[in-house]
Design a protein around this ligand. Sequence first.
Ligand code: O2Y
Ligand code: MN
Length: 595
Amino acid sequence: MEKNQKLIQWVKEWETRCQPKSVHWCDGSEKENQELLDLMVQSGAAIKLNEEKRPNSYYFQSDPSDVARVENRTFICSEKEEDAGPTNNWCAPAEMKEILTGYFDGSMKGRTMYVIPFSMGPLGSEIAHIGIQITDSPYVVVNMRIMTRMGQQVLDILGDKDFVPCVHSLGAPLQEGQQDSKWPSAPIEDKYISHFPDTNEIWSYGSGYGGNALLGKKCFALRIASNMAHRQGWLAEHMLIMGITNPKGVKKYIAAAFPSACGKTNLAMLIPTIPGWKVETVGDDIAWMKFGDDGRLYAINPEAGFFGVAPFTSMETNPNAMLSCRANTIFTNTGLTPDNDIWWEGIGYDIPEGTITWTNEKYDAANRKPAAHPNARFTAPAYQCPAIDKDWENPKGVPISAILFGGRRPGTLPLIYQSFDWNHGVFMGSIAGSEVTAAAIGLKAGVRRDPFAMLPFCGYHMGDYFAHWVKTGVTAPDSSKLPKIFNVNWFRKGSDGKFLWPGYGDNIRALAWIFDRVEGTVDAVQTPIGFIPKKEDINIAGLDGIESKMDEILKVDANEWVAECDLIAENYGQFGDRLPKEMTEQLEKLKARLA
Ligand code: O2Y
Ligand code: MN
């Protein structure tokens, strides 16, 4: 059948190990997809939603113990421990493979083993890469069909070339006659999300949820791809990609990195509140970037769908996301209404009487349990987004003019500041983070640094990753064509504890300044931390009561920044001699400018 001998051998090896009852090679067809969905409806794993309200869409409830990525069960298994760095859990590859071989032994008994050929990136793009995922989860297959380009056409392109082998098992073998559960998975202590960067392999065991199981996303497109990019001289980043067109019809693309749960999907799909501006979406989560023949940095979205957070997505906060999931969508862990539609907190209308929660109980406002899990998701095809960019599948990618970093910072950071140069921009990325107040979730209160929003996703030593960014600036074919770098902070609060900036569609007002800086049509004020806008250059027309807040919104307080420098130095300490000297220099220069 297939001529890729490595692939055939590899599938055989895993079939022997996992002992499934059958093996199914996914062709990605509509028929195959429907058969899998029907199978899951019959088994009780899925519910078909109301065809009138939510055409061709399905509803799933996960096991309550399997609801999100599990960072403490995620491992980078590089040969040398020091190559994983202080921000990753490490285990020696041989040791991890021995442990996991034991777990995988017979792990697919009673189940079908699916072989999913998938492309991260437009088929045939020079920036794209092919993976093959083995899984015993039909839920994973139907999700991968939305999130990636999947099926026979990928095998046709693969030929006898290399691929990234991704193995996944739910870790729930079925004994003869045993009734399956609605969401099979293994207990938390038996879950392993393991990456082998030296051999480009992924072995994931015990979880059926999101980033743990849809291996093309965080595991491949970020943790393994960041290693490939490091070796090969490109960038694999946790960044949205958007096109912005100004009222004169000039268009530019930007990429933006924000920690998880900072509104990346909302920004990628923003509807501008100032007339004449247009935003179009290329991707909402991941960017792969390479220099093109013209010396500019080009980005593709390696994904083909959105795995978006449902709660608090509404026609008011993100109409484009709501319209993206209007049909042909998989919903996981939302509430389910009596007429078989979905509902979640913040959807913008009252909960219908008789709604069932994600834990399959009748919703009862009195017991304070939400209808949707806070990490409930919709898996929706990207082409359904009304704002999808015409070049979102361009195999060449789109040229990036600006890169943004950001996080949730109630103090210290102004709405926008621009770096003085590339290395200063790398420094800005390296110190990004969010302020954590939620001691309740087991984190120490304070600034949680999330460099480049890659803390959970950088598959190698973070110090080497900073050095890779520095090197990208040095080796760029034409340094004058490098993207300009900015930091944004939508989350600054006033003394009353309220957000100063309105956010959402009004973020275009900050993006417009960034656009004009890239165009070279607007001046800036030089401060110790970088260039900030002149107050009058931010368009605040139509925003009630904002004028009096603009000083506070753009404030750079030297005392706050001196304290920030101490925190940066403390955080940098963990990287030891792998911290590039350029970052230490940037910190010293910042201190000198503040003095
Ligand atoms: O909880 C999960 O498994 C999903 S995590 C996720 C999904 C889509 C986009 N970003 C993220 C993230 O954690 O950054
Ligand atoms: Mn993400």
